[in-house]
Design a protein around this ligand. Structure first.
Ligand code: PLP
Length: 393
């Protein structure tokens, strides 16, 4: 029998696996730059803490429990969500203090909301009409819970909310009278002012809008209703909101990522609003160059929100983006900082962070040029629940 020669192997060294390079990702991919993200997270948390105002970040921006948990660790007192299905996703991940910032009016959804309140009693919802108060009261009583409710104020956007004044007091009193509801105060989000261009105009408009909204607080208190929450604002006005007497918390969302739309509104001292850093990018690949001076990338409408401005190539010099279709964008190479060739990976600052995030299943989290983690966008596409025919939800 043939003798087998056995080579003695040295004891195995622990394998050193280097994290994958961003450049190696299949594109289009959504990138979260961890350094910029962490700076944004800390900056907003520290700023508001020093001002003595709470942060209740809007989680519709990221739809990601990993990020919400980091916001809570940094000191947020709770989170906002836009709808019930987002609330369900975040509560399942262990976050209990959730404010639903849009009225929930569908009866099936109201029932589901009460199921959530049973397990997370701080879940709060906004209302802006009497019939909705009655429906919530009936469902809360039937579920045996006492649900916290804020009255939503229309401070000029005419999107949701009741006008501050007699109507807001009447609604607050209706909530306070409802035995299965608990009146907590008001929400006053001036959606039409977040992107006012120019710091001084934005500040003046927000001060006016919130002075008007705070009428609701004054009238409610005069009517004997204690107001513990007056929740306002967003990324565009956080540093105005925090100095207004009577405001308790700020609902900023986009600050964690920033986007082209926010950068364009201008800051206190510069034409670019740069209080927070761009942290969210779409990574694309240059796939074709039919014409010199232009190059086509694999990121079109399906890769980036297209509701206002286009995304912006990052760190490439004078290069702009134009939409070319579902799958493609064309870059105009006016004065690029470096040569851009087919096969190159190109980062784009997202044009509008919320709807762009909703196109992806995960963030590729990176430090510099290395991917260090993957965070699932759990509430991505979470649409309102509907009943199955003949069935319960
Ligand atoms: C009710 C409400 N609050 C807060 C925000 C957060 O605003 P931003 O992302 O501009 O910080 C939004 C965003 O649309 C909102 O609808």
């Amino acid at each position: 029998m043939e003798q087998l020669s056995v080579t003695k192997l040295a004891p195995a060294e622990p394998a050193t696996v280097s994290p994958p390079a961003v450049e190696a990702l299949p594109t289009p991919a959504l990138l979260l730059d961890l350094d910029a993200f962490e700076q944004n997270l800390a900056k907003m948390a520290t700023f508001l803490r020093r001002k003595g105002v709470a942060l209740r970040p809007h989680a519709k921006t990221h739809k990601c429990p990993r990020i919400a948990l980091k916001q809570m660790e940094a000191g947020a007192e709770g989170i906002c969500v836009a709808k019930l299905t987002e609330a369900e996703a975040f509560i399942a991940a262990g976050i209990r203090q959730v404010l639903v910032t849009t009225p929930v009016v569908d009866l099936l959804q109201i029932r589901r909301l009460m199921t959530l309140v049973k397990s997370a009693p701080d879940v709060t919802v906004v209302v802006d009409n009497p019939a909705n108060v009655d429906a919530l009261e009936e469902a809360a009583a039937a579920a045996g819970v006492r649900m916290p409710v804020l009255v939503d104020l229309d401070c000029g956007a005419h999107r949701t909310g009741v006008a501050p004044g007699p109507a807001s007091t009447a609604l607050a009193q209706r909530v306070a009278r409802a035995r299965a509801l608990r009146f907590g105060g008001f929400q006053a989000y001036a959606a039409h002012l977040m992107h006012v261009v120019g710091y001084d105009d934005r500040r003046r408009s927000e001060l006016e809008a919130l002075d008007y909204a705070l009428t609701a607080r004054r009238l409610a208190e005069r009517a004997g209703l204690p107001v513990s929450v007056f929740s306002v604002g967003g990324t565009g006005t956080y540093d105005v909101d925090c100095d207004i007497d009577g405001v308790t918390d700020v609902q900023a969302g986009s600050y964690v990522f920033m986007d082209v739309m926010y950068r364009a509104i201008g800051g206190r001292a510069s034409s670019v609003y740069d209080d927070f850093k761009p942290a969210l990018f779409v990574l694309s690949t240059a796939v074709s160059q039919p014409v010199q001076g232009f190059i086509t990338i694999d990121a079109g409408y399906k890769a980036a929100a297209a509701d206002h401005q286009p995304p912006q190539p990052w760190n490439l010099g004078d290069v702009s983006y134009q939409w070319a279709g579902d799958e493609h964008g064309i870059l105009t190479l006016t004065n690029p900082r470096r040569e851009v060739r087919v096969g190159d990976k190109i980062r784009l600052i997202v044009s509008h962070c919320d709807p762009t995030v909703n196109l992806y299943d995960r963030f590729h989290v990176c430090r510099g040029d290395q991917v260090v983690d993957v965070w699932p966008i759990v509430a991505r596409g979470a649409l309102p629940v509907t009943a199955a025919p003949g069935g319960d939800v």
